[in-house]
Design a protein around this ligand. Structure first.
Ligand SMILES: *[C@@H]1O[C@H](CO)[C@@H](O)[C@H](O)[C@H]1NC(C)=O
Ligand SMILES: *[C@@H]1O[C@H](CO)[C@@H](O)[C@H](O)[C@H]1NC(C)=O
Ligand SMILES: *[C@@H]1O[C@H](CO)[C@@H](O)[C@H](O)[C@H]1NC(C)=O
Length: 280
């Protein structure tokens, strides 16, 4: 019996060690560098989403500044958790990729969809373009598209991207809607002719420069397609990650933490074997 207990303990510790090697995304560490997103970082931790996000290998966080998140930060924890899960997209999108979308609107799968609780596509976001701007809203049909893309805060192709949006998205069914700002962004101008007097500045040069050396493979066609018609999440469920991600783990880990993990992995093995012999 002692053997049984200690070997299952061994299995558990090995599993834990392996899963710590696998985690390549550390959303806490990334957001820590940007104080204007500290509230969102705290709320990810408070709602216990941080480890769930970190288990993912390909993710885009739609980040809200401390000001922007104020309107939802006081909501009940379960509601807040669901809303925040809707701000974590299970694919990689940075500014360039969003700008190269050819379709007028695209559905993006969020972490909320992976809970299996989604209904009427409220686990999806609708990303649409209007007047040269990019907007996000819930994927529920007819839901308003009011959260505007502001900038790409952090990008590590093709694993983690953090893009800032102007305001929270609260999907129908996930809580009372947020107040939508007065100027409706989706209203097309009555006349297609542009104003002659107003010289519109070119789109943000600084950001464009960031992408000049980006590979052409950033085109949306190469992205793994999210299948909105399918009710199930196309991405692996978080609890299966231990098994599924193991093969890619070694090459993915940066050298310093890899050796750290290797060391603790070795220690775990030794402890495990000692435990087995002690069991005899
Ligand atoms: C992520 O980063 C934070 C802050 O740097 C650190 O405290 C935490 O241990 C890291 N988590 C993992 C899973 O590496
Ligand atoms: C996404 O938003 C656009 C713009 O409002 C709309 O035309 C389109 O029908 C929406 N897509 C879905 C699936 O609701
Ligand atoms: C990045 O994502 C790819 C899949 O998109 C995965 O194979 C790879 O292991 C990930 N890299 C890290 C460091 O997790």
């Amino acid at each position: 019996m002692g053997l049984k207990v200690s070997s299952s303990l061994l299995c558990l510790t090995i599993l834990l060690a392996v899963s710590s090697i696998v985690s390549a995304v550390n959303i806490t560490r990334v957001l820590e560098k940007y104080p204007e997103f500290s509230t969102m970082n705290e709320l990810f931790a408070k709602t216990e989403l941080t480890p769930i996000i970190n288990k993912r290998q390909t993710i885009t966080v739609l980040a809200l500044s401390n000001d922007a998140i104020g309107s939802i930060s006081g909501r009940p924890e379960e509601e807040l958790k669901n809303i925040l899960m809707n701000h974590v997209v299970l694919d990689y999108y940075d500014g360039l990729k969003l700008k190269t979308f050819k379709d007028k609107s695209t559905l993006l799968t969020t972490l909320y969809q992976s809970t299996g609780l989604g209904s009427q596509q409220n686990g999806f976001l609708n990303c649409s373009k209007s007047n040269g701007k990019i907007y996000f809203g819930s994927g529920v049909r007819g839901a308003p598209q009011y959260a505007e893309y502001i900038t790409t805060v952090f990008r590590n192709p093709y694993n983690l991207s953090v893009i800032q949006i102007s305001m929270p998205i609260v999907a129908p069914g996930l809580g009372s809607p947020v107040k939508i700002p007065p100027p409706p962004p989706m209203t097309p101008p009555p006349a297609p002719a542009p104003k002659k007097g107003a010289a519109t500045p070119a789109p943000g040069p600084a950001e464009e420069e960031d992408y000049t050396d980006a590979p052409p493979s950033l085109a949306p066609e190469t992205a793994p397609a999210s299948a909105p018609s399918d009710g199930d999440s196309p991405a692996p469920a978080p609890d299966k990650s231990g098994k599924k991600k193991m093969p890619a783990a070694d090459e993915a880990e940066p050298p310093s933490s890899a050796s750290n993990s290797g060391l603790s992995f070795g220690a775990v093995l030794i402890i495990g074997f000692v435990a087995i012999f002690a069991g005899f």
